[in-house]
Design a binder for this molecule. Structure first.
Ligand SMILES: O=C(CO)[C@H](O)[C@H](O)COP(=O)(O)O
Length: 223
């Protein structure tokens, strides 16, 4: 089990103290800043968009991991690529022409991610594996931070890992929702590479230490 990549989710930050919270992430061992875009249609919530992306790009030194929880995401891929996204995730459930969408993301110089809702089987990705850089397994129903991890997503990660290995895919597995030190080791054991953590980082007494603990969660616990 290698050290995971950690992506604190901006959704859980204190927006009244945004620069402070982004500075904490800059000083931490985080690998990405996870940026959740919700449109009130694909998910029953509205989060934030381009003005905050500009603020994140200006004040955050970590690569931006953009998760589009929106219908017809093709309309905004160029804008998020121009806005500095390193990874752009679209939802499998929101894409009619997924191969075309993923190809477009790569053409724009970003890594192509596909997010799967908890009910969506990983097997649906089999024919687009070559176009995917990251699979984002939603371990809560998307739309809100602070929800409880849905247990059946753990064997789903194992199944995805087996499918990637069997097909010689180098795609990474990212897990999002209800992730913290309590389940990080199990997620990594199942095959996760990137852990998204909102409340468990930004609402921790020491967010920098919380990121460090997630980073170290691959190590066996000493008795
Ligand atoms: O995509 C999301 C919600 O749709 C968030 O990234 C996710 O919920 C992270 O928050 P937390 O770690 O607090 O569960």
């Amino acid at each position: 089990m290698s050290q995971p990549l950690i992506a604190p989710s901006l959704l859980a930050a204190d927006f009244a103290n945004l620069q402070r919270d982004l500075n904490l992430i800059n000083r931490s061992e985080a690998d990405y800043l996870h940026f959740d875009v919700m449109d009130g249609e694909f998910v029953p919530n509205i989060s934030f968009g381009f003005p905050l992306l500009e603020a994140a790009r200006t004040h955050c030194q970590k690569p931006l991991d953009v998760h589009l929880m929106i219908v017809q995401p093709d309309r905004y891929i160029d804008a998020f690529a121009d806005g500095g996204a390193a990874i752009i995730h679209v939802h499998y459930e929101a894409c009619t022409h997924l191969h075309r969408t993923l190809t477009h993301i790569r053409e724009r110089g970003c890594q192509a991610g596909v997010a799967l809702n908890p009910h969506t089987p990983v097997e649906g990705l089999i024919d687009v594996l070559e176009s995917i850089d990251v699979v984002l397994i939603m371990s809560v129903n998307p739309g809100f931070g602070g929800q409880a991890f849905i247990p059946h997503t753990l064997p789903k990660i194992t199944r995805l890992k087996q499918m990637l290995v069997a097909n010689q895919s180098a795609a990474l597995i990212e897990v999002d929702g209800g992730v913290g030190v309590g389940n990080a080791a199990a997620l990594l054991q199942a095959g996760a590479d990137i852990l998204v953590a909102g409340n468990s980082v930004f609402r921790a007494a020491d967010p920098i230490e919380a990121v460090q603990q997630l980073k170290n969660s691959h190590r066996p616990t000493m008795a």
